[in-house]
Design a binder for this molecule. Structure first.
Ligand SMILES: NC(=O)c1ccc[n+]([C@@H]2O[C@H](COP(=O)([O-])OP(=O)(O)OC[C@H]3O[C@@H](n4cnc5c(N)ncnc54)[C@H](O)[C@@H]3O)[C@@H](O)[C@H]2O)c1
Length: 107
């Protein structure tokens, strides 16, 4: 039984790694997924793989550190799928595990 039939999810960082796997699982469970990543080419490739399997997926270039990008992400998700139900906010980087107060803007 598909657990996410009719649901719409936004998954950040979905060009690779755990978020890519989350997008694959969610679509297999019936969700439509907006794959948001600043690696647009990677996100588009994953979206195409999912579409080729008959799933609903779109890709958008988003830097999750940029609020304009985030507003656009929500707008484009509504344009593509009509709404959204789930946000998986998993984009990120493996850093050098310094305390959060010492993380540089570049990182
Ligand atoms: N892999 C692990 O064992 C592990 C363990 C604990 C926590 N984490 C954390 O989970 C998150 C995902 O890990 P992963 O291993 O899947 O990493 P990954 O590098 O495979 O994937 C991260 C994705 O996020 C995207 N991304 C990075 N910064 C972004 C930004 N500002 N805006 C939009 N997209 C951005 C990258 O392009 C990439 O596609 C990271 O934050 C990581 O620190 C990972």
């Amino acid at each position: 039984m598909n657990k996410l039939n009719g649901k719409i999810a936004i998954v950040t960082g979905a060009a690779s790694g755990m978020s890519k796997s989350i997008a694959e699982l969610y679509t297999a469970e019936g969700a439509a997924v907006m794959l948001a990543d600043f690696n647009l080419e990677g996100a588009q490739a994953v979206a195409q793989e999912l579409k080729d399997k008959g799933f609903k997926a779109e890709a958008i270039k988003v830097d999750v550190a940029n609020s304009d990008d985030l507003n656009e992400m929500f707008k484009q998700t509504i344009n593509a799928f009509g709404s959204y139900d789930i946000l998986v906010n998993n984009a990120g980087v493996m850093d050098s595990f310094e305390p959060v107060g010492e993380v540089t803007d570049e990182n």
